[in-house]
Design a protein around this ligand. Structure first.
Ligand code: G3I
Length: 394
């Protein structure tokens, strides 16, 4: 993984002066670079909706992201992996410093938890639950029912329903009382599969019909009546035809579940933002969040990061555009009281799924997260602090 493993996480206490100086002066240097870069590549024309304005951050005092969020009664955290926390003590310290909630990136997915029918393996999940508890962070589960990262036997055969209910009962039951929330069903919508209900054509849908979703939530609620049960979805954020169709389908699904008294408590908006996407309308996104809230649901932002694949190579320009994407999105959703939880999908560029899944054509390291691969704050962290500080208290 890139980055200097010896680089200690930035401190917000004793070395605040150093960090502020570096941060603030670093910011000024970046602004200079940005001015040059912007005029040089005229990237304003390429991204009209995301003018890479000079980031004139109002932040001169850094503080942990969880602290700024908590002042507005918003929960901030991130996804991470057990092997990362185990092998990188500096990152582990940073995670504990910044995050009030931990979600396992992969350790609670079906392929890891139940690789063979009835054979459960909670070791990695337990290690993460213990780390969260040891650092006064909440623990959220991800994800019980998905079409990816499941073993080949799952969902197939006459006992698909029993497979589903056994998996959920055992997994949720194992963590009962220790989990803040569960992503019970993940990414069940896919308009391009052509169904009238715009559900994704998965093994679960083919085996059990649309009611697999109802069954998953009811089973999870029985196993842990105290956990917040979340329907998690991707691709909801923009004014593209696909996003608009997804939002409509999500509202239709959640409306049905609520009418049929299925125990769903929140919508998870994954928010894998696209740094080069300018078809974003804050008012439309807020309208969607309000429509979800009108169903009596909370809204969690569950996998926030910014894909910089198509952004300019210049780091000053790229970091500023990524920061703008964070701020534009968070300013919008945090205007809605229903949004109570913000989770980034990773915390530092040192560890991000996007390095593998969305590499840049110039082969430069991707820079999607609030801290860089040396665990130092980026413009995105400043932007997030600004958004948290500007948010109305819940
Ligand atoms: O564990 C194996 C390891 O044994 C093997 O050596 C290695 C090389 O093949 O692969 C490892 O598994 C990888 C796994 O992550 C754990 O690291 C898989 O190949 C890899 O595909 C998997 O990627 C995960 C991806 O979901 C799968 O679609 C990412 O880490 C994870 O960040 C990503 O997260 C998803 C959310 O769960 C749902 N929303 C979308 C998001 C991004 O796809």
């Amino acid at each position: 993984m890139p980055g200097d493993p010896k680089a200690a996480p930035y401190e917000t206490s004793s070395s605040r002066e150093r960090m502020t100086r570096r941060g603030f002066l670093g910011q000024l240097a970046e602004l200079g670079a940005l001015t040059a870069a912007t005029s040089m590549i005229g990237c304003g024309s390429q991204f009209p909706g995301l003018q890479p304005l000079l980031r004139k951050s109002t932040i001169t005092e850094l503080e942990p992201l969880k602290a700024a969020a908590a002042r507005q009664n918003v929960l901030f955290g991130a996804a991470t992996q057990q092997q990362i926390l185990q092998s990188d003590s500096n990152f582990a310290a940073l995670f504990a410093q910044q995050c009030a909630v931990l979600v396992p990136e992969n350790e609670l997915k079906w392929e890891t938890v139940e690789p063979e029918p009835g054979i459960f393996n909670f070791e990695a999940g337990d290690a993460l639950a213990d780390f969260a508890a040891g650092n006064q962070a909440k623990f959220r589960g991800h994800c019980l029912v998905w079409h990816q990262q499941i073993p080949s036997w799952a969902g197939n055969g006459a006992d698909a329903q029993k497979q589903l209910t056994d998996h959920i009962s055992q997994t949720v039951g194992h963590y009962a009382g220790r989990v803040h929330s569960w992503d019970v069903v993940n990414e069940a919508i896919n308009p391009s599969d052509g169904r009238a209900d715009r559900l994704r054509d998965t093994v679960w849908l083919r085996s059990l019909g649309p009611s697999y979703i109802d069954l998953a939530f009811r089973t999870a609620a029985e196993a842990d009546p105290d956990a917040i049960l979340v329907y998690n979805e991707t691709g909801l954020e923009y004014e593209t035809g696909d996003s608009q169709a997804r939002r409509a389908a999500v509202l239709e699904l959640l409306g049905r579940l609520r009418t049929e008294e299925v125990p769903v408590h929140a919508l998870g908006i994954q928010a894998h933002l696209v740094g080069s996407e300018n078809r974003f309308r804050a008012d439309k996104l807020q309208e969607f969040v309000r429509a979800v809230a009108d169903l009596g649901l909370q809204v969690f932002i569950t996998e926030l990061d910014v894909i910089d694949k198509h952004l300019p190579g210049d780091i000053g320009v790229r970091d500023s555009m990524v920061a703008n994407a964070y701020q534009r999105f968070l300013d919008a959703v945090l205007r809605e009281p229903a949004v109570t939880t913000i989770i980034t999908w990773g915390l530092s560029d040192r560890y991000t799924w996007l390095a593998t899944f969305m590499p840049r054509s110039d082969h430069e390291p991707v820079r999607p997260l609030p801290l860089d691969s040396d665990l130092q704050p980026k413009s995105a962290l400043y932007a997030m602090l600004e958004s948290f500080r500007a948010a109305a208290p819940r």
